[in-house]
Every structure is written in structure tokens, then in C-alpha cells.
Design a protein around this ligand. Sequence first.
Ligand SMILES: [Zn+2]
Length: 272
Amino acid sequence: MNSKLMKLPLLTLLCLSLLYVTGCETVPYTGRSQLMLTSPQQEAQLGEQAWNEVLAKSKVSNNQKYNAALQRIGPSIAKAANKPDYKWEFKVLENAEPNAFCLPGGKVAVNTGLFQYASNDAELAAVVGHEVAHAIARHGGERISQGMVQEAGAQAISVALNGKSAGTVEGIMVGYAVGSNLAVVLPYSRTHEYEADKMGMIFMSKAGYNPNAAISFWQKFKQLSDTGRIGEIFSTHPMSDKRLEELRAYLPTAQDMYNTAPNKKNFGESLK
Ligand SMILES: [Zn+2]
């Protein structure tokens, strides 16, 4: 290997070596290169399966206030994310754990337990925007791809290079069996969190919600985490001072987007 090649980051090298298949994608809005061995169609199918599993195991809430709020906010975030091919669905789940998620392909769930920390529509839009961003940036597919490379190593790559054989599909399914929980349970990497924070602020601002609500919402969660009441959302979306710093640093850019949003709702309705 020559010295120039040595200086390239490992991911770039991996991407270059896989480039003649579908090895690499670029994340919208941030421009980051990501390893991607799955297709959006495969991810959507897996997301759909995981969604059916979640719904079979969960009770959908009939709280009118919470449902009305999510139906007000969810579609406007989806519109801002501009993915008309996603089969968007938004459901409130009866679950005291303050958490939310968006599966690949656009299935969004918010637990009833999260609403006690969302003071208004804009704060709910902040968390829905963050979750939707994970799906738009295809973080699920990226994690499956990383898992395929790590776990199956050279063999998975060679199978992937030789076309999508039954073995590859099976590999993805195994990845996603961890994966359907992965979407809900395994922590996102810090890179994914920063990316989802930034893109989430873009979506909420374009949807007409004041991006300051992203700071107040995640600030509340940071305080909660500091008191030691660590909930599921912290294990899946690790919170840190650095994350809050980055959110604040991005606020002026998001504010500009909010200022030009066609349908400004500021903080929206109170959820208290
Ligand atoms: Zn997250």
C-alpha cells in the first residue's frame, strides 16, 4: 500500500473497495459517507416487519390529547423530510418509558411516557424530528451493514460483491433479528446522534416549529439523566454536554430555516 493510500480513513478505503456495487451512500444534509450494503427497499421491508412485531406486543394508546398532538406534528415533519415514498404512520404506544422511535420506511411511535417531558407541540416536534432523521439518514441500514462487515467479515463482503444471494438476504435478516430490537434497543453511535440532532432541527424548523424547543427538550432530558433517573431513551440516544453544545451551535442555522418556513406555528399548542 502506498503512503497516500495509507492516509485515507478506513471507511473511505472500504467504500472505495465496495464502490462498484452499492457499497457507499452519502447522508443528505450532512454529506457524510456511510457504508451501505442494504437497499432502502430492504430496509423498508424490515422496518415494516419490525413495526408489525412492535404493534403485536404493544397497546396503542387511546389518549385523545396525545394522539391529536402526534397527528398534528408527525405528518408535518414527514412533509419537511420530503420522502413521499415512505409509508408514514404515527402511533402513540401505552408505555411509561419516555422513548420514541422511527423505523426504516417511516413507522413512528411515541410512548405515552415521553409526553410528560414535552411541554408543547414544538418539543414533541423536536423528538419526532430527531427520530425521523435516524430513518432518513438510514442509520438502521448502516448499522446492519456495519454488523455484516464486523460479524461475517470477508465472507459477507464476498457474498455481497457476488450479488445479493440468498445468503446475503439471510445475513440481513439475522442482522435485523438483533435489528428489530436494534432499532429500539441498541444505542446509536455518537456520530448518528449528532447527525439526527442536526437533521431533526432542520425538519422541525421547516415544519414551522421554533427550533429553540429542541434545546429546551434535550436540556430537560440532560437534567433528568444527571439526576440518575436513566431511562431507555438515554441508552438508545446517549445524552451529553457535547450534544447540547452542538445543538446550540446549530441553532442560528435552524433559526434561519424557521424564519423562512411558510407555516410558522412557533411552539404550537401546550401539551400540559
Ligand atoms: Zn437518536
